[in-house]
Structures are given as structure tokens and as C-alpha cells.
Design a protein around this ligand. Structure first.
Ligand code: FAD
Length: 491
């Protein structure tokens, strides 16, 4: 009847499935988080020392520690603290459970392939010492094989999945777990286990610009951002596609790390949907996409590293020096296509990229530059604050046309047309590509089409102050159709 709550992508002390079950079932519960070297060391080995996620997690842990402390106190227990370890999670968790005398470890599901392997190893190690691992759904509304087709198979097309998702949904699935009622079981941390929160430097990382960004951290910051979004959600369906407007919720990193509860968000969106509010319905739709890609990853784990549709692995992507140079230009936001460049610079400078632009840049990488979608997927994985394997892989395979329910391969975004449509006055471009800011609303989308006089008046010298386009879109489009012909031949 003693338990260890192991936090992972659920960094909150309210409406948390595993924490609720642990507190209800055990007489004494301790809480822990592990900075897992199996995840962090590969980043450090690749020289990625400035990672906003590590800083974001540290801030969330500080907040979580304060919440647990306050909850313990409200039941008269002092010294309730979050125990934070730095090491291999597969060793740290069983060791800590043994040290505390915990008979069970409690955690929420994580269906990333690495996490599944890790959890299986932890379960084995715990079994060795006579302890158990209990895990729960918490990160999504429906997971794994909960929503299936009438043939009992996982859905691979979004719209029927969404319809089934909505049919299956009942109040039970949106109900919060009332953690706060069971705080009496939170146990004080023994002196030998109490260590201060590590610093970024202790973990081997450097400070980033996270604190300068309009991103609030921890679950209290998440709540403030959620409340702000609720004042705008009504217009979401009209504003969500325009990167120059504050349209979307910017909550993805909070959903990724669980500083907000998906049940609370989905319940609010569903209530608006039920009342016929278009903004609420459109936003609920996105939350359903999130569940959709999570169940794709859980049911079709081959998508990690491989095309969902195997015939797409026959495509021969560009390789060699020119391909490497083009990839470097894409990463740096120096392709000569202003919207693409503004988007990549937004990612590099803030760790966020607008959804429309994720589609545009992913399409540009695969269908204008002819580069393997896995390169872009990895770059996003390294730089997105909200990086989530299921959503990122789903988004990249959608853009590359290799995914389930993907964009057909012959549908190729025109980066200039996208720019004119979704950033008509160049507001977003001007923010991230300031060297083009003085161009007028027409020229800013395709500076190479502007007259020399207009360029000179705006202080732009193509090839000097801003690159010429690294590919010609019309030619690239033709090449892409040829490249993807192997797919058609396979069908
Ligand atoms: P909002 O528009 O406010 O949406 C609300 C929430 O719904 C998001 O926070 C997110 O959790 C979810 N969501 C929205 N769109 C999608 C989608 N298409 N698929 C799955 N979930 C969605 N999202 C990530 O969370 N992590 C990623 O690593 C990621 N990589 C992507 C890569 C590509 C190439 C593409 C095309 C999309 C990717 N997305 C990813 C989906 C989407 O772009 C982001 O979720 C969204 O831009 C986050 O901003 P927001 O919170 O303001 O979104």
C-alpha cells in the first residue's frame, strides 16, 4: 500500500489519471521525475546544448513541486516534494522504488516506441524486486484500439475516425480525475531522497531564450494561456490559417508535456461544438487529429522511419552536395522563398511554427527540394518545443504524401500562392525576414519578380541581402511528379 508516482508527459497535479489512482489506492505515495539520460545524452552528443524543452520541463517541475507541496499541506503534511533524479530511467525508477519501499509504481501511458521499451524494462526490474507497474490512459481522449472501424480495425482515414470518435464520446471520457480530494496519501520525502531540483548546467544544457518568448511555463502558465485562448476560440475557424494573426491556441507544448489536461480542453471544446459554435468545432477537430495520429503510431509503429504506405519508400530522394546545400538553406531560412524562410526562422528563433507553415515548409522540402521527409522530420524533432513523435511523423508523412490519409502526391503547394493567400500583407514575413520589410505587399511574396527599381528602393539586392530562389517552383513541380511516378507504377 505504498506507491511511487512517476511523472513523464503529464506534469501536473490536477486531473491526472495515474496520480489519482495512486492516491486512491495507496496509503502513502511519493512523486518522482527522471531526467532520462537515454533521451538527453543523444542530444548532447549531437551538440544540441541549447534545448528549450529541457528548460520548459525544469520550469514545469518547479511548478509541479509547488503544487504537490501545497496539496500535501492542505492535508496537514509538510515536506511533500517532487523527487527529481538525473540518470537512466530504467535504473533510477526501480532503485528509487526500492529505496522508498514502494510496492507499486504508477504512471501514465506513453506509446512512443522508446517509452514502451523503457516501461517494459522498468516493469521487469520492478518484478524482480517484488513490485509492480500500473499504467493508465491520460494523454489522449481515446488511445490505441479504443476507437475501431466496424470491422474491428484501427482507422487509417481521418473523417470516419472522427465520426466514430464523436459517437463514442460520452461524459465519462471527459470527466476530470479529482486528485485534490485524495491528497492525504501524499507522503513526506525522507531526508536521504530529498535533493534540490537540478539546474540546466547540472544537466549539461545551456540557457535558451525561452524566458523572452511569449510562452508561459508550468501548469499555472498553461492555464493563463488557455484562458487567453478561450477569449479567441470563437474566431478560431476564421483566424487559424493566417500566421500573421494570433489565431491558434499556442497550447501544443503544454499538451505535449501534460501541463494541461486534455480532458478539460476537449470538454470545453465539445461543449462549444454541441452548441454549434464554429470556432469550438474547428478546434475540437484539431484535438481529434491529435488522437488520430497517436492511435496511428500505436497501431502502426513502422511509421517511425518508414512510409505508412510502403510503396512510398521506393522514392529516390535527392542526395549529394547540392542536396546537402539545399537542406542547409532550408534549415537556416535562406531558400529565397520569403514565406518558407520566415517560417523556418520562426522555428529557429522560437521553437514554434504555425500549422499552415509546417505544411508549407514540409511540402517545400519534399516537393520543391526533392529531399527525404525524414530529414525534415528530424530537424523539426530537434527544434520544436512541442515536438511530439506521433503528430510530427503524421504531419511529415501527410506533406510527403506517404502517410495514411495524406495529401495526394500530385497536389503540390505553390509557396508563392500560399504566401499571397495566407499572409496577404506580408505581416508575418516582415517580422521574420526584416531584410524584405520595405518591399510592398505584392513584391514581398516573390522578390525576384519585382522591378530593379522597386528592389533598390527597398534596399534589397538579390543574391546579396537576400538569396535568389534556390529552385524554380515550376521545374521542381515537374521533377516531383516524375519522382513520385514510382508510386503510381506500384499501384
Ligand atoms: P492549435 O491550432 O491551437 O491546435 C490545438 C491543438 O491540437 C494543438 O496544440 C495540438 O495538440 C493539436 N493539433 C493541431 N493540429 C494537429 C495536427 N495536424 N496533428 C496532431 N495534433 C494537432 N503538432 C505537435 O503537437 N507536435 C509536433 O511535433 C508537430 N509536428 C508537425 C509537423 C508537421 C509537418 C505538421 C504539418 C504538423 C505538425 N504538428 C505537430 C501539428 C500542428 O502543426 C501543431 O499541433 C500546431 O501547429 C500547434 O500549434 P497550436 O497549439 O497553436 O495549435
Amino acid at each position: 500500500d505504498t506507491g511511487l508516482m512517476w511523472f513523464r508527459r503529464d506534469l501536473r497535479a490536477h486531473d491526472n489519471a495515474a496520480l489519482y489512482h495512486a492516491l486512491r489506492s495507496c496509503r502513502r505515495v511519493w512523486c518522482a521525475f527522471v531526467f532520462d539520460t537515454a533521451i538527453l545524452q543523444p542530444l548532447l552528443d549531437r551538440g544540441l546544448r541549447a534545448d528549450r524543452r529541457v528548460e520548459f520541463i525544469l520550469a514545469a517541475l518547479e511548478d509541479l513541486d509547488a503544487q504537490l507541496h501545497a496539496l500535501g499541506r492542505s492535508f496537514g503534511t509538510d515536506d511533500v516534494r517532487l523527487i527529481v533524479r538525473h540518470g537512466a530511467a530504467v535504473e533510477e525508477i526501480p532503485r528509487l522504488a526500492a529505496q522508498l519501499g514502494a510496492q507499486a509504481v504508477w504512471a501514465n501511458h506513453d506509446d512512443d516506441p522508446y517509452a514502451l521499451t523503457r516501461d517494459a524494462r522498468v516493469l521487469g526490474a520492478l518484478a524482480h524486486q517484488g513490485a509492480v507497474l500500473h499504467t493508465f490512459k491520460d494523454h489522449v481522449i481515446f488511445e490505441r484500439r479504443e476507437v475501431l472501424s466496424s470491422l474491428g480495425r484501427p482507422f487509417t482515414v481521418f473523417t470516419p475516425y472522427k465520426n466514430a470518435w464523436l459517437r463514442t464520446l460520452g461524459p465519462f471520457y471527459l470527466k476530470p480525475y479529482p486528485v485534490e480530494r485524495f491528497g492525504a496519501a501524499l507522503a513526506p520525502v525522507p531526508a536521504e531522497c530529498a535533493t534540490p531540483l537540478p539546474t540546466l548546467a547540472d544537466l549539461g544544457f545551456e540557457t535558451t531564450n525561452l524566458r523572452q518568448l511569449p510562452m508561459c511555463t508550468g501548469s499555472s502558465g498553461a492555464r493563463a494561456m488557455w484562458e487567453d485562448f478561450l477569449t479567441r476560440i470563437e474566431r478560431y475557424h476564421q483566424t487559424r490559417d493566417y500566421p500573421g494573426i494570433k489565431g491558434p491556441s499556442y497550447l501544443s507544448a503544454h499538451l505535449r508535456f501534460g501541463t494541461l489536461s486534455i480532458r478539460e480542453l476537449a470538454a470545453a471544446a465539445h461543449a462549444l461544438h454541441a452548441r454549434g459554435q464554429a470556432g469550438g468545432s474547428a478546434w475540437l477537430n484539431e484535438l481529434i487529429w491529435r488522437d488520430f495520429y497517436h492511435q496511428i503510431l500505436a497501431n502502426f509503429p513502422h511509421v517511425v522511419g518508414h512510409a505508412f504506405k510502403p510503396e512510398y519508400d521506393r522514392i529516390r530522394w535527392e542526395r549529394g552536395q547540392q542536396a546537402d546545400e539545399r537542406f542547409a538553406a532550408w534549415c537556416a531560412g535562406q531558400t529565397g522563398y520569403p514565406l518558407v524562410d520566415a517560417a523556418m526562422r520562426q522555428l529557429n528563433q522560437t521553437g514554434y511554427m504555425h500549422n499552415r507553415l509546417r505544411m508549407v515548409t514540409a511540402s517545400f522540402l519534399t516537393k520543391d527540394l526533392g529531399l527525404d521527409w525524414r530529414l525534415g522530420e528530424q530537424y523539426f524533432a530537434d527544434h520544436l518545443l512541442d515536438f511530439d513523435l506521433a503528430a510530427n511523423n503524421g504531419g511529415w508523412q501527410w506533406a510527403a504524401s506517404s502517410g495514411c490519409d495524406a495529401q495526394p502526391y500530385f497536389r503540390i503547394f505553390n509557396p508563392v500562392a500560399q504566401s499571397r493567400k495566407f499572409d496577404p500583407h506580408g505581416k508575418f514575413i516582415r517580422r521574420y525576414v526584416p531584410e524584405l520589410a520595405a518591399l510592398d505587399d505584392t513584391a514581398i511574396h516573390a522578390p525576384w519578380e519585382a522591378s530593379l527599381g522597386a528592389l533598390a528602393a527597398a534596399g534589397v539586392t538579390l543574391g546579396v541581402t537576400y538569396p535568389r530562389p534556390i529552385v524554380d517552383h515550376a521545374e521542381a513541380r515537374q521533377k516531383t511528379l516524375e519522382r513520385y511516378a514510382v508510386v503510381k507504377a506500384a499501384n
